[in-house]
Design a protein around this ligand. Structure first.
Ligand SMILES: Nc1ncnc2c1ncn2[C@@H]1O[C@H](COP(=O)(O)OP(=O)(O)OP(=O)(O)O)[C@@H](O)[C@H]1O
Ligand SMILES: [Mg+2]
Length: 392
C-alpha cells in the first residue's frame, strides 16, 4: 500500500486550546452555580469571574441538582475551580469591576508576568470568548481596530455590507463582547488613537456604505477592551493622554510569594512535559534551586539578603517555567545523567539574550551566592558550584 492509499491520519491534537475551551466545564459549572445578577452581556457574575481566574481556594463548589438540570448541560455535581492566575485577588477584583463598568482595562508590567494570560482568562470568563484579539505590532494599521474589505466582493459588488470585513474590535462591538489588544504600545501612536473614538463614542461609522442602516456600527451593551502593554517596549508613557484617560491601568507584578511561584512552575512544567508525551520527574529540590536563582537575579537580592547584580534580561516566571519544562523533557527523553547538571546550561540560555555582560553577571552570581551556599554545606549548591566551568 502506498502512502497515498493509507487511511488519512486523524487530525493532530491542537497544541494550545483557548481558555474558553480548555476550561469549558468550569465555565459552564460556574454559570450554573452562581445565578446572581450579571452585567449585560456577561456569561458569569463578576464574583464567578474572579473565582474562575483565581480558583476556589481548594474549596469544592456544589451545584444543586435543580440548577444543574436547568442548565441543561451535563455538569458535575461538585467542582473545585483550579487556580490559574497566581497573584493578588484584589487585583483581579479591580479588573472585573473595571470591565463591569464598561471601561477599558490596561494591564501593564514586565515581560512574562502573565498579562496576556490574565487578559485571556478575563475575557473568557466575562463574555465566553478570548478570540477577539488584535496583536499589536509596528505594522498594525487602523483596519485592525476598524474594518477592512474583501477585495473580490468589493470589486464585484462595490462597498456593500457583505464585502465589509469586521475587525475583532468591530465584532466585539456588534456582539457586546470583550476585545483584546495585545501589546498596544507597539502600535504607532496614530493607530492607537483610532481607539480613542471607539472607546468614547462607542460607534464606528463606515462612510463607504453610503447612508444605509449599516453605515454606523454602535457597540452593544457589554462591549469593552482589555489591552496589555509591556514595560520593556516603547512605554505606556508614549500613549496619548486622551487614550490613557480611557483606560484603567493595572500593574501586574511578578509573583511575590516563593512557594506560590514554585508551585506554579511545577504545575505548568508538568503540563508541558505531559503534552510532550512524558511524565515529569524533576526533583522538587532542583526546581527549588531553579526558582531561587530566577528570583534572586530578578530582584537583585538573594533569599539570604546578599546583593546580586541583576542581568538586563528579565528573569520572568514564564521563563522559569520554560527552563523547568526543558529539564523535565531532558530527564524523560535523554535520561542518564543527573538533571541538576543541566541547570547551568539552561540558565545561561535564559540569561544571555542581548547583553554580553549578562554572562558575566551570571558568573558573578555563581561566585557570590552559589559559592556561599556551597561553603555552608549544601550538597546541591556544592554540585552547582562545581559546575561553574560549564558556564564558561
Ligand atoms: N502570576 C502568574 N500566574 C500564572 N502564570 C504566570 C504568572 N506569572 C507568570 N506566569 C507564567 O507566564 C506565562 C504567561 O505569560 P504571558 O505570555 O501571559 O505573560 P505576559 O506578561 O503577557 O508576557 P509578555 O509581556 O512577554 O507578553 C504563563 O503561562 C505562566 O507560565
Ligand atoms: Mg503578553
Amino acid at each position: 500500500m502506498t502512502i497515498a492509499e493509507q487511511a488519512p491520519a486523524p487530525p493532530a491534537p491542537r497544541q494550545v486550546l483557548p481558555a474558553e475551551e480548555r476550561h469549558a466545564t468550569e465555565l459552564a459549572f460556574l454559570a450554573a452555580h452562581d445565578d446572581g445578577a450579571r452585567p449585560p452581556g456577561w456569561v458569569l457574575t463578576p464574583r464567578a469571574v474572579v473565582t474562575f481566574v483565581c480558583g476556589s481556594d481548594g474549596e469544592t463548589l456544589e451545584l444543586p441538582r435543580s440548577r444543574a438540570k436547568a442548565a441543561g448541560a451535563d455538569l458535575p455535581a461538585k467542582l473545585a475551580i483550579t487556580p490559574k492566575f497566581v497573584g493578588e485577588r484584589a487585583l483581579v477584583e479591580r479588573c472585573v469591576v473595571t470591565l463591569a463598568g464598561e471601561r477599558g482595562l490596561l494591564l501593564v508590567g514586565e515581560p512574562g508576568t502573565a498579562k496576556s494570560m490574565l487578559s485571556e482568562l478575563l475575557s473568557a470568563g466575562v463574555c465566553g470568548t478570548s478570540a477577539l484579539t488584535v496583536q499589536g505590532t509596528a505594522g498594525t494599521t487602523e483596519d485592525a481596530f476598524r474594518y477592512g474589505w474583501n477585495y473580490a466582493l468589493l470589486l464585484a459588488q462595490g462597498p456593500t455590507s457583505q464585502a465589509l470585513v469586521d475587525s475583532p474590535v468591530l465584532t466585539a462591538m456588534r456582539t457586546g463582547r470583550v476585545a483584546r489588544i495585545e501589546e498596544i504600545t507597539r502600535c504607532l501612536p496614530e493607530v492607537q488613537d483610532a481607539l480613542v473614538s471607539i472607546l468614547s463614542d462607542r460607534r464606528v461609522s463606515v462612510p463607504e456604505l453610503a447612508g444605509g442602516d449599516d453605515a454606523t456600527v454602535s457597540a452593544a451593551a457589554g462591549f469593552t477592551v482589555i489591552a496589555t502593554a509591556n514595560l520593556r517596549d516603547r512605554g505606556v508613557s508614549e500613549m496619548s493622554a486622551a487614550l490613557k484617560r480611557r483606560f484603567n491601568f493595572e500593574t501586574v507584578h511578578p509573583i511575590a510569594d516563593v512557594d506560590a511561584e514554585m508551585a506554579l512552575v511545577q504545575r505548568q512544567a508538568t503540563a508541558t512535559v505531559e503534552r510532550a508525551g512524558a511524565a515529569f520527574s524533576v526533583d522538587d529540590a532542583v526546581l527549588d534551586a531553579l526558582v531561587t536563582v530566577f528570583r534572586d537575579l530578578r530582584s537583585g537580592r538573594s533569599a539570604e539578603g546578599w546583593d546580586v547584580e541583576r542581568p538586563g534580561t528579565v528573569m520572568s516566571t514564564a521563563e522559569a517555567v520554560h527552563v523547568a519544562a526543558s529539564l523535565g523533557v531532558a530527564a524523560a527523553y535523554l535520561p542518564g545523567g543527573d538533571v541538576l547538571d543541566l541547570v547551568p546550561g539552561h540558565l545561561l540560555g535564559a540569561v544571555r539574550k542581548d547583553d554580553a555582560a549578562d554572562h558575566e553577571r551570571l558568573l558573578g552570581y555563581w561566585d557570590g551566592p552559589v559559592r556561599r551556599r556551597a561553603e555552608s554545606g549544601s550538597a546541591m549548591w556544592r554540585r552547582l558550584w562545581d559546575l561553574r566551568e560549564s558556564l564558561r
